[in-house]
Design a protein around this ligand. Structure first.
Ligand SMILES: Nc1ncnc2c1ncn2[C@@H]1O[C@H](COP(=O)(O)OP(=O)(O)OP(=O)(O)O)[C@@H](O)[C@H]1O
Length: 250
């Protein structure tokens, strides 16, 4: 547990001097250098930076999919640190195709709920609601092969949102879509997350995507930097302020 965010709530995720190095010895790559940052409930954060700047590594650390080599990543606002507990509270949207090919769109959305042991009538209602929220009800019976890339990505978003996460982490969710489709997918993601009260953190290279979010963190060479290029040793968030970097960070 740790300090609260400016509005008094515990951050959903907090990185304290978290670093991740891949490999050892002379070939080691420091993907992120001691990052300190936090995402409070309901925040809409964009992590912007060029390819290789460490955005995905940061997202994986926040999701609990990877561990920092040094420093700490914690989830004080999510009431538990186990991997299983985190998976229920954090939804991850990946860049590329992530649907299971033999399952229909609806079955893909329902699968994590079934794995969670949700009763079957509730699986049906939550799946239906998620598909409607993403405008996919007419595509519920289609297989992934029968969907466009944008439709498939919307199903992936529906699958994440059906579990009712407190935090959605989206790694370049529009990276493989054309610009118009990408914007549409991002818009429905943000609207649906807002309806559910979920915080969102999106990584992107695309300044247009970044503009759709309230808070922008910039990364370069594994560090959080200010837009002008200075290293930002701590990034924090106050939801809805449109700030470029944090004020009170922890
Ligand atoms: N599994 C790995 N093994 C070795 N190096 C890695 C590994 N994953 C990432 N890296 C390196 O870590 C650095 C940061 O990579 P990361 O994928 O986090 O950047 P990114 O900003 O998300 O890039 P992109 O926008 O291209 O996805 C890069 O130099 C990358 O080559």
């Amino acid at each position: 547990m740790g300090a609260v965010t400016p509005d008094g709530s515990l951050p959903l995720v907090r990185c304290e001097d978290a670093a991740r190095t891949y490999g050892r010895g002379p070939g080691a790559v420091v993907a992120v250098h001691g990052l300190t940052c936090a995402v409070p409930p309901g925040a809409r954060v964009c992590v912007v930076g060029p390819s290789g700047s460490g955005k995905s590594t940061l997202l994986h650390l926040m999701a609990g999919l990877d561990r920092p080599t040094t420093g700490r990543v914690s989830h004080p606002g999510l009431g538990g640190e186990s991997a299983e507990g985190l998976a229920r509270h954090i939804g991850v949207v990946f860049q590329g195709p992530s649907l299971l090919p033999p399952l229909t769109a609806a079955e893909n959305v329902a699968l994590p709920l079934r794995i969670d042991g949700v009763p079957e009538d509730e699986v049906a209602s939550r799946t239906g609601a998620a598909l409607v929220r993403l405008g996919l009800e007419s595509l519920a019976g289609r297989l992934p092969d029968e969907l466009s890339a944008g439709q498939a990505q919307r199903v992936a978003v529906a699958r994440v949102l059906a579990r009712g996460p407190a935090l959605v982490l989206a790694d370049e969710p529009t990276g493989q879509l054309d610009r118009a489709t990408g914007r549409q997918v991002l818009a429905v993601l943000l609207t649906a997350a807002a309806e559910l009260g979920a915080a969102v953190l999106v990584t992107t290279h695309d300044p247009l995507v970044a503009r759709a979010l309230d808070i922008r963190w910039y990364m370069a060479d594994g560090r959080l930097v200010q837009p002008g290029g200075r290293t930002d040793t701590r990034a924090g968030t106050r939801p809805g302020t449109g700030q470029e970097r944090g004020g009170d960070r922890r």
